[in-house]
Design a protein around this ligand. Structure first.
Ligand code: ZN
Length: 335
C-alpha cells in the first residue's frame, strides 16, 4: 500500500502582506503555488478565509483532492504555540489574539495540520531541500527587515517550552548598543538586518563620508534601502564596501556565540544580503575564526541559503511531513 507520506503536502507561508500556498511533493519539489494578499486590516476572519481560499486554489491548480494530500503545514508569524496550534499576538498580524488557527484549518479540510513559526519553517526548508540537505545540526540566520532564525539539532527544530527558541537575531552583540524593538539594547538584528544596514549607512553619511549613495537617493536619505547600498557596492563604492564588510563582521560576532554554544555542522545565511557574496561571507568567516573555539569553527560551514523566498512554504510542508513520519511508527505498533 502506498504510504500517505508519499503524497504531496500543502505548505502555507502566512505573512503580514501575502499568503503563499504550495503543493509540495515528498521529495520537496513544488508542484503548484498560489499567492494572494493577506488583508490583515480586514480582520482575523477575513485573513483565515483568505488562507482557506489560497489552499483551495492551490489544490485546484494542482488537480489534487483532499484524499490525495498528506496534510497541511502552516508557517505563521509568532509568537504562537506549536502544541495547541494557537497564534498568540504577532506584531505583523495586527488584531490577532489567541487565534486557534490550526483548528480552524483542520475544521475546513479534515486533514492533519501543523503550525510553526515562519522563521522555523524557512529554516526547516533549507534543511529539507536547500543548503542544509542531509545535515542534521544547523542554524539558519534570515536577514530581512529583522533577523529571524531557526535551530535544527539532531534533525529536529528546537522549540523550547515556550516556542521561543531560535531567536538568534536577538542575541546581544553590544551591551550598550542600538535600542531594539524587543526592548533590549545591542541585539544582532539592530546591526545586520536591512534596517540596521540602512541605519549604519545613514550614520556614516551624516558623519560626512563621501559616497555615490547620496546621488542615488537624490540627497533624500529617507529613500535609502539596503538594496541601494548593495547597488552602490556593485558600482564599487568604498562606503558600501565598508558597510558590507562591517555587516559581515557583526554577523560573525553573533555566529561565533552560536558556534561556541551549539557546535552546529552548518550555519546558513538567508536574505537579500547574500547577494553581496564574499563581500559579506569573507569578513563573517574571519570574525568567527577570530572569536570561536577552533574545533567547532572548523566544523561549522558558513554558507548562503538556496531556496530564496520559497523556503517558508517548502519548510512548512516539510514540518508536516516530518510530523507524520515521526508519528507513523507508533501508529504501526498500535495497528
Ligand atoms: Zn532584540
Amino acid at each position: 500500500m502506498q504510504s500517505h507520506l508519499d503524497q504531496p503536502a500543502i505548505g502555507v507561508d502566512l505573512g503580514g502582506t501575502n499568503i503563499v500556498c504550495a503543493a509540495v511533493m515528498a521529495e520537496a519539489r513544488i508542484i503548484e503555488k498560489h499567492k494572494r494578499p493577506t488583508e490583515v486590516p480586514k480582520g482575523v476572519e477575513q485573513v483565515v478565509a483568505n488562507i482557506k481560499q489560497c489552499i483551495h486554489e492551490v489544490l485546484r491548480k494542482a488537480h489534487l483532492s483532499l484524499e490525495q494530500i498528506s496534510g497541511i503545514g502552516i508557517g505563521s508569524p509568532g509568537p504562537l504555540n506549536t502544541r495547541t496550534g494557537i497564534v498568540i499576538n504577532p506584531a505583523n498580524l495586527h488584531g490577532w489574539h489567541n487565534v486557534p488557527l490550526r483548528k480552524m484549518i483542520e475544521d475546513e479540510f479534515h486533514v492533519p495540520v501543523v503550525l510553526d513559526n515562519d522563521a522555523n519553517a524557512a529554516a526547516y526548508g533549507e534543511k529539507w531541500a536547500g543548503a542544509g540537505k542531509g545535515v542534521d545540526n544547523l542554524v539558519v540566520f534570515t536577514l530581512g527587515t529583522g533577523v529571524g532564525g531557526g535551530i535544527i539539532m539532531d534533525g529536529k527544530l528546537l522549540h523550547g517550552p515556550d516556542d521561543t527558541a531560535g531567536e538568534v537575531g536577538h542575541c546581544t552583540i553590544d551591551y550598550n548598543g542600538y535600542q531594539c524593538k524587543c526592548g533590549n539594547r545591542g541585539c544582532l538584528e539592530t546591526y545586520v538586518s536591512a534596517t540596521g544596514i540602512v541605519r549604519r549607512t545613514i550614520e556614516a553619511i551624516r558623519q560626512g563620508r563621501d559616497t555615490i549613495i547620496n546621488k542615488m537617493v537624490e540627497g533624500d536619505l529617507n529613500r535609502l534601502t539596503s538594496k541601494i547600498v548593495y547597488e552602490a557596492l556593485e558600482q564599487g563604492d568604498a562606503l558600501a564596501c565598508e558597510i558590507f564588510e562591517e555587516t559581515g563582521r557583526l554577523l560573525g560576532v553573533g555566529i561565533a556565540n552560536i558556534v561556541n554554544t551549539l557546535n552546529p555542522e552548518m550555519i546558513v545565511i538567508s536574505g537579500g544580503v547574500i547577494q553581496a557574496g564574499e563581500h559579506l561571507f569573507r569578513p563573517t568567516r574571519e570574525e568567527v575564526r577570530r572569536r570561536a573555539f577552533e574545533e567547532p569553527t572548523r566544523t561549522a560551514k558558513i554558507v548562503p541559503a538556496q531556496l530564496g523566498g520559497d523556503a517558508g512554504v517548502i519548510g512548512a510542508a516539510g514540518i508536516l511531513v516530518q510530523h507524520l513520519t515521526l508519528k507513523t511508527p507508533t501508529q504501526k505498533n498500535h495497528g
